[in-house]
Design a protein around this ligand. Structure first.
Ligand SMILES: Cc1cc2nc3c(=O)[nH]c(=O)nc-3n(C[C@H](O)[C@H](O)[C@H](O)COP(=O)(O)O)c2cc1C
Length: 324
């Protein structure tokens, strides 16, 4: 992909090179080798497949995604073809992406740590570049079915199960609705995670006052898009404080290059893009690169990497003097 000539937007995540920091987020285009390839050809720096579990799942009935004005709310119910079919699709996607220099991130979920390990073993045969564990799914052993992402112990149990059989960078996708996201990040890194994706959607509900019914068949769902951005930026900032040397894919509400710069200044290395595909179309990656390059230029920098963590350096510095 043609890059802005005077600004280097390339980054690396645990040794995996991305031509630019924009990562298609999980679940946005499903796991279709054709759509993942299309996102890469349209300028995505990396692409994430939809989360796959062990067995095929149909997901919830419509309506499953609703634009409520401040962003999206979704409860799709993790539809997926099951791990074995997923591995076939990922292998085809990898074959198409490799010549483009765009890494493939596989995403998995499970109901127990053992199930995560089983799904990981199956999809790793497709040789993705990075494995992301989506721990926002209910832990079936928990009395209340709380997600693994809700506690340090739950999150760590998944990493301990998957790490020994994962020879590639392992990213853990964290949830925003926890009291101390930095502590969970520190614990999963201590358990062997190489990177963090932050954040998944925020639980919410939207009610249609005409009918008096929740807008989703599942009633509640996950908020994404613009309403999520300040929550995501805060989470990324706290994670970067907790694990400063660990790469973060900052995800949540990024719609413009300015939003991406915020994420990077909060401490992200790469930036996830999900709902913005709905708002701007799949050909948004090149404009996003141009917009981010303009911010890099504005700061008198040459590499996007130079913006990383800038907000952490601003403690006690008068705002006009917070320069690179
Ligand atoms: C329709 C939809 C489906 C999603 N499916 C998944 C999924 O399968 N796995 C996952 O880890 N995140 C999933 N997400 C969450 C996104 O990857 C992302 O973390 C979240 O939407 C916040 O980013 P955004 O504001 O850029 O959309 C989904 C989001 C949406 C809107």
């Amino acid at each position: 992909m043609k890059q802005p000539a005077d600004v280097d937007l390339s980054i690396t995540l645990c040794g995996v090179r991305l031509p630019n920091p924009f990562v298609l987020a999980s679940g946005i285009l499903g796991t279709s080798e054709t759509l993942l390839e299309k996102a890469a050809r349209l300028g995505a720096g990396a692409v994430t497949a939809k989360s796959a579990g062990l067995h095929p799942r149909a997901g919830h009935e419509n309506p499953i995604v609703v634009d409520w004005g401040g962003g999206l709310i979704n409860a799709v119910g993790l539809p997926n073809p099951g791990a074995h079919r997923e591995a076939e699709v990922l292998a085809e996607a990898k074959a198409r992406l490799a010549p483009l220099g765009v890494p493939l991130i596989a995403s998995i979920f499970g109901g127990t740590p053992e199930e995560f390990a089983e799904v990981a073993r199956i999809v790793l045969a497709a040789r993705p570049d990075i494995l992301e564990v989506n721990i926002s799914c209910p832990n079936v052993h928990d009395e209340y079915g709380e997600p693994f992402a809700a506690s340090c112990a739950g999150a760590v149990s998944v990493v301990e199960a998957v790490r020994p059989l994962c020879p590639i960078p392992l990213f853990v996708k964290l949830a925003p609705n926890v009291p101390n996201v930095g502590r969970i990040a520190a614990d999963v890194v201590a358990a062997g995670a190489d990177g963090i994706t932050a954040i998944n959607t925020m639980p919410g509900m939207v009610i249609d006052v005409e009918s008096g019914r929740p807008v989703l068949t599942n009633r509640s769902g996950g908020l994404s898009g613009p309403a999520l951005k300040p929550i995501a930026v805060r989470c990324v900032y706290e994670i970067a404080q907790a694990v400063p040397d660990v790469p973060i894919i900052g995800t949540g509400g990024v719609t413009t290059g300015n939003d991406a710069a915020e994420m990077i200044m909060a401490g992200a290395t790469a930036v996830g893009v999900g709902s913005a595909v709905y708002y701007r179309g799949l050909d948004l990656f090149r404009p996003l690169c141009e917009e981010l390059a303009a911010v890099v230029r504005h700061h008198g920098a040459k590499r996007v990497e130079q913006l990383r963590g800038l907000a952490h350096r601003s403690h006690g510095v008068p705002w006009k003097e917070n320069k690179l």
